[in-house]
Design a protein around this ligand. Structure first.
Ligand SMILES: [Zn+2]
Length: 353
């Protein structure tokens, strides 16, 4: 069997694209040119001069089109460039930020427990030493600008004066008098690593961390979603501590409830609460409110749908001590109202729902 020039060219083409898929188009063009030249030579030999002009023109047109649009075309070439430069940029900045924002979680330890039970011994202090934290800088490094279906924004556009609904998941009221409904349903999304919260609040959470970072504040998330057993464990531990100090169970329960939310009524259990510290203040106590991060949150969190859920001076309404680090997501519209009127979620329900 005689191997023709055409067979050789096709064999070369197949072998090359099997190894290098991206060479498919250039190889196709090259093969066509080679076959055309071969045909040309054979036709010349056969004296078929009348086809020469046609084949040569077609080959030339085809080759020039293919080269300009596929090989050197704007789309493909620029795309490669962009992806590469983006990769290096994000790698470099994420690395730089990670170094800047590196949190030594081993430095965050249980503070000395105060003797006076009135002193705030926050619910989540114990958590910090056990769980990883994630900072604004970490988050910015992994941000994927999710396509946010911003329901709230849609409401805002429709009517300037937003209407609120009791059925809105963002406004769900959870406290000692309003435990979490048994049929309450939501989907957990991952913030980073093992840290989770209601997936619907993640885009706004990321935006907030990024905005704070742009203002020079590196916020650190330290305790988002907690499952029921974890909340129960934290509460029991606190009750045990007080009974060990000589209190009756009822007394211990009452006091514990002021600092650790009673299991079944914590916003952390529905993934809408986030505790925040910053890279240079890692204690969960009232002093956080006086730090740059605490002030930034008090001033700007509502722009991203979050509120300081247990403000100072409202302890008798919320039933919880002042917690400048505990943020609750309520959506941008409600957050703005709560912020502007300096009211709690309890008061908001009274007034608007
Ligand atoms: Zn909290």
């Amino acid at each position: 069997m005689q191997i023709t020039f055409k067979d050789k060219v096709l064999s070369l083409y197949r072998r090359t694209i099997r190894k290098h898929k991206w060479l498919k188009m250039p190889m196709l063009v090259l093969s066509v040119i080679l076959l055309a030249i071969d045909r040309l030579i054979r036709n010349l030999k056969a004296g078929l001069h009348k086809y020469i002009v046609v084949i040569a023109s077609m080959t030339f047109a085809f080759v020039s089109c293919s080269f300009s649009s596929v090989i050197w075309g704007d789309g493909q070439y620029d795309f490669t460039y962009d992806v590469t430069s983006y990769y290096y940029e994000t790698e470099a900045s994420a690395a730089a930020l990670a170094v800047e924002a590196d949190i030594d979680t081993t430095m965050i330890e249980d503070d000395e427990e105060p003797d006076e039970i009135e002193l705030i011994d926050p619910e989540t202090l114990d958590d910090i030493s056990e769980l990883d934290t994630v900072s604004g800088a970490d988050i910015v490094g992994i941000i994927e600008q999710a396509d946010t279906e911003d329901d709230q924004a849609a409401v805002e556009e429709k009517n300037g004066d937003p209407q609120f609904s009791r059925d809105d998941w963002q406004l769900v009221l959870v406290n000692k008098n309003h435990p979490i409904a048994e049929d309450y349903n939501f989907t957990l999304g991952t913030i980073k690593g093992a840290m989770q919260c209601d997936e619907r609040i993640i885009p706004d959470l990321y935006s907030m961390l990024e905005a704070a970072l742009n203002d020079g504040v590196n916020l650190v998330i330290c305790s988002p979603y907690r499952d029921d057993s974890r909340q129960q464990m934290l509460f029991d531990r606190k009750v045990n501590k007080y009974t060990a100090q000589g209190m009756s169970y009822m007394e211990a329960y009452k006091v514990a409830a002021q600092t650790v939310t009673i299991p079944g009524s914590s916003e952390h259990q529905i993934g809408l609460a986030i505790d925040m510290i910053s890279d240079n203040y890692s204690s969960l106590n009232a002093g956080f409110g006086d730090t740059a991060a605490g002030k930034w949150l008090a001033e700007h969190a509502h722009e991203y749908g979050f509120i300081i859920r247990y403000p100072e001076g409202k302890e008798d309404i919320t039933g919880i001590e002042y917690e400048p680090w505990h943020l609750r997501y309520v959506g941008k519209n409600a957050a703005s109202v709560l912020h502007d009127e300096s009211i709690t979620l309890e008061e908001f329900w009274e007034k608007y729902l």
